[in-house]
Ligand binder design. Sequence first.
Ligand code: GLP
Length: 249
Amino acid sequence: MECFLNNTKVFIDENYEELSLRSAQIIKNQVDAVPGTVLGLATGSTLIGTYDELVRLHKAGEVDFSKVVSFNLDEYFPIKKSDNQSYYYYMKKHLFNHVNILAENTHIPDSEAADYEAECAAYEEKITAHGGIDLQILGIGNNGHIGFNEPGDAFISQAHYVKLDESTIKANSRFFDNENDVPKHAITVGMRTIMTAKKILLLASGEKKAEAIFQTIHGAITPRVPASILQLHPNVTIIADKEAARLLL
Ligand code: GLP
């Protein structure tokens, strides 16, 4: 089902598989239309089905990433790139190793940088030098975070080093042996990079995202729910499965 809710285009799909096929198709359409497109990429379990489908489309000769440039939203800091929980590792595993994107065109905040402040500034400059993001893909945290822009007192514009929310550490601990192993900090792009993207595609799957999706679309615009700022962006598409959309209709 397709509808507009509070000025946001929303697709509500039956299940995760349909959501993944739809989001991959939107990304493919963008790359077909603008081969040198600058994609803002996200990680997390929600994106795995989308990347699987993009890999399938690429192997079937239906999408060409040879001119695509990508910037990931965020990365734990510090973490070894070789760690199987780093987003560097995730992106290679789920997408980069299986499509023809050029390694030099892919960018992820450097989780092994000596100085995180310098890394944040350099990352931001690189995005600006590429003219910003054409299509920004987003997942959403149970607490409404986008990238690792955590709930707080202000929307932070610039790329920054962030202490992860307790709820994020808990949610992400499912990927680690135990909660203590989850990195406590990360580097994330700020709201400026996200809000100046020409288009935004946000994906949400599962019951745990229902409240965050409701607040994102219908709630007050507040840094307590970081994704609520998307109400101010002119070109946002949200794809939710039935569970994540449960409170919408
Ligand atoms: C992580 C990422 C976010 C992602 C979110 C949701 O913490 N930093 O960019 O959107 O979690 O993850 P999942 O899709 O696994 O629910």
